[in-house]
Design a protein around this ligand. Structure first.
Ligand SMILES: NC(=O)c1ccc[n+]([C@@H]2O[C@H](COP(=O)([O-])OP(=O)(O)OC[C@H]3O[C@@H](n4cnc5c(N)ncnc54)[C@H](OP(=O)(O)O)[C@@H]3O)[C@@H](O)[C@H]2O)c1
Length: 359
């Protein structure tokens, strides 16, 4: 691996520290290097807060400040060009007289879209782009999808037995082990919303929180067209922001919102996604059950699939959905007695879908 790639990889590690806190912004890391020594590091820590480049420059100790105009700045994403919640990072780079900038990915946001790269080059900065670009795309797949498709990035998740069942009908069936449970809570903490179907809400009475890992609790989303979810159930406890698509309930709710769901199931799915998009919820984790997962798969509303497969066999029960053939296996690892498999629709496939739409 080249030296540039090594520092970009460090940017990715830093960027990941922002997971769960920056959406719908991208996760970004930045490293400032002077003659083989890292003199500054930063990452985008929270939506609306300082960008990675700013935190990186701020982290340089006073003795090293004179070295900045002789250093290389590494950024996992093209620095911003526009006044958003913070001033443009490209101007900071020019003010600091940084002579060389290396980036993994250009920012597809129309307000940036290569303009910072042009501005820096015009000002005499040496700019290298595309270093570990594929890894950068994977890191920020949710952000890129959000921008391209103008809808949340959809992760379907389920746990299945080794003989392919989600559980026994009508009863809560524990499938994944404790380590996979913790991982699931981390996945939740990195999402903006978690979505389950009515039968799952009724059968499992899930809390849909992140209690095993701490951190923020995403929005909970469920259907309840017939008003079947009992008042004492966790999803109606008003402890976490919750959207219920279905019957309105009287009560003292401050975090729970009810939306009408009179339309048929097929049209409701895009409505839920549009509401999530409008509220800036860019990453949604769909936790079942089989009906909701199948609808999203059939309607093409998925970007990633995470399957937890246990050693258990049930012999009978609710069949797990089939992973579509176009899904590519991206990661696979054992966790306790479970196997975790992460599949994704490749970015190129998403682009193809888009161009098909416009043809
Ligand atoms: N192993 C796992 O990972 C896992 C995960 C989740 C659940 N589960 C298990 O799976 C079972 C539940 O799965 P399931 O397939 O029976 O049910 P489900 O997908 O949880 O819920 C289906 C119900 O949700 C409502 N619904 C679904 N799509 C809708 C739409 N587009 N618009 C409005 N309402 C909609 C409908 O309820 P109404 O007809 O009442 O309106 C429908 O009957 C449970 O036993 C649970 O334990 C397993």
């Amino acid at each position: 691996m080249t030296t540039d790639a090594q520092y970009i990889r460090r940017c990715f590690d830093l960027a990941l520290l922002g997971a769960g806190h920056v959406s719908p912004n991208p996760m970004v890391g930045a490293v400032l290097v002077h003659k083989g020594r890292i003199i500054g590091e930063g990452w985008h820590q929270r939506y609306g807060a300082a960008h990675a480049e700013v935190n990186c420059v701020r982290s340089v100790v006073p003795d090293d400040r004179p070295l900045i105009p002789y250093s290389t700045l590494y950024c996992s994403l093209e620095p911003c060009f526009h006044f958003g919640k913070t001033p443009p990072c490209v101007d900071l780079i020019l003010e600091q007289k940084i002579p060389r900038v290396v980036v993994a990915n250009e920012d597809p946001n129309p307000q940036v879209a290569g303009q910072s790269i042009v501005k820096m080059r015009t000002a005499g900065v040496e700019v290298v782009t595309g270093v570990l670009a594929n890894e950068g795309q994977w890191l920020n797949r949710a952000f890129f999808t959000w921008l391209e498709l103008q809808r949340p990035y959809i992760i379907l998740k389920w746990a299945q037995t080794r003989d392919g069942f989600l559980g026994r009908r009508g009863e809560r069936t524990p499938i994944s082990g404790p380590a996979a449970q913790r991982l699931l809570h981390r996945w939740r903490s990195e999402a903006d919303a978690i979505w389950v179907g009515t039968t799952t809400a009724l059968t499992d009475n899930p809390r849909l929180d992140t209690r095993l890992v701490g951190g923020k609790n995403p929005l909970r989303v469920t259907f309840d067209r017939a008003g079947k979810i009992p008042a004492g159930f966790h999803l109606l406890d008003d402890s976490i922001a919750t959207w219920i698509f279905g019957k309105y309930r009287e009560g003292h709710f401050s975090k729970t919102s009810f939306f009408p769901a009179e339309d048929d199931a097929a049209t409701l799915v895009p409505q839920v996604l549009e509401k999530l998009r409008a509220a800036n919820h860019a990453i949604v984790l769909v936790e079942g059950g089989a009906q909701v997962l199948s609808q999203l798969l059939e309607q093409g509303y998925w970007d990633e699939i995470r399957v937890i497969e246990s050693e258990r066999a049930l012999g009978d029960g609710i069949a797990a959905p089939k992973v579509p053939e176009v899904a590519q296996l991206r990661e696979q690892f054992a966790l306790g007695s479970d196997m975790i498999r992460v599949y994704a629709r490749s970015y190129t496939l998403i682009r193809k879908d888009l161009s098909d739409d416009h043809d």
